[in-house]
Design a protein around this ligand. Sequence first.
Ligand SMILES: [Zn+2]
Length: 133
Amino acid sequence: MHINDAVFLEDLCPKFRFRQWRKSIHKFTGKSCIYCGKPSESIDHVLPRSQGGLSTTENCVPACLSCNGDKSDENALYWYRRQKFYDPRRAMAIRAWLEGDLRLAIRLLQWANPKSKLNNKNYEQDESKYEAA
Ligand SMILES: [Zn+2]
């Protein structure tokens, strides 16, 4: 048997993979909304699907239901600028996220909200934790 023939659970079950992916997105921000910092209950498409936005990690951010619903089909960065809780550091974090630089995004979010539980541990120690188990 060729190694490429190996079957992975997540390939057999796309739903499982989707759930894992959603979970990992929330983990990046310590389950807080990237816009306002409240608990994230949903995944928001920064560039809405109606405008061709893809369901990739770069285009999907953790958001609370209120931000997600309020933003609706608008471009996230334009929408965010008008919010009362607008914070330029968060705006930079969103931009870094869009560019796929999650490490920088997390750092900017920490800067915006130093008291939050959010830390790079989630991001950096993930694999070692699984190895130890
Ligand atoms: Zn929010």
